[in-house]
Design a protein. Structure first.
Length: 239
């Protein structure tokens, strides 16, 4: 079984946060490069640098180094995604479940909190009014995301890329997996992938065409093979 380094394990978390920041309530391939770039500024890494550890950008996250070295820094990738949204390749901002209910005059917190009961919202445990006077402080609950996953192949590929090299998965393996996934056209047929087709339709995602990652890379005069070769070279130097 392939293990994940800490730097690799936090990539989907930051990618999900970036998706929600953009009011896109699904996790797609286009969000994962953002997760790779944001993860490089993780407080743990910044803390080590602040204490005099001589870490160059990319020492802990070679994927971020490769992306930046090829002109794909965080703001550039964000702008590229905005352009794909404007072109209709990707959906624009969407209302959250709470916002949709609010348009109907429904308060999600009130609906989810029975009298004297408990409400789990945003990873926090909140106690109902009947117990509030006697209960202690609210305790943090383990957050559980229900963000629909629309990049299942990337998750499978990252494990395969790491296993093929007998390594634990790192951010570099995430990038290799993304580039591998982007090689193929998006082609979701009704018979073979009915669940994925429904998910894509729900969020206004196309069920055919080029991968958004391929479009993003090629719009900067790069190729998927070029980035893959650079990632493999960086992987050989850092692992």
């Amino acid at each position: 079984m392939v293990g994940f380094t800490e730097e690799a394990g936090i990539v989907p978390h930051f990618a999900r946060e970036e998706a929600e920041r953009r009011h896109q309530y699904y996790l797609g391939p286009e969000h994962l490069p953002l997760g790779l770039l944001v993860a490089d500024e993780h407080p743990m890494v910044r803390g080590l640098r602040a204490h005099g550890l001589d870490l160059k950008v990319g020492d802990d996250n070679p994927a971020a180094w490769v992306l930046r070295a090829h002109g794909l820094d965080l703001e550039t990738v964000r702008a590229g995604i905005d352009r794909l949204v404007a072109e209709g390749v990707l959906p624009g901002p969407q209302p959250s479940d709470a916002e949709l209910l609010a348009t109907l005059g429904i308060d999600l917190e009130e609906v989810m909190a029975p009298p004297g009961g408990e409400l789990r919202l945003g990873g926090l445990l909140r106690r109902g009014p009947a117990r509030a006077a006697t209960a202690g402080p609210a305790l943090p609950a383990r957050p559980r995301s229900r963000t629909p996953l629309i990049c299942w192949r990337v998750f499978r590929f990252v494990a395969e890329e790491a296993a093929a090299r007998g390594q634990d998965a790192t951010p570099a393996h995430w990038l290799l997996a993304l580039l591998r996934d982007a090689q193929d056209q998006v082609e979701v047929t009704t018979g073979r992938y009915p669940v994925e087709r429904r998910k894509r339709a729900m969020f206004g995602l196309p069920d055919h065409g080029s991968s958004p990652i391929r479009l993003l890379v090629e719009s900067h005069g790069l190729t998927l093979d070029q980035l893959r070769a650079a990632t493999l070279e960086e992987l050989d130097q850092t692992l």
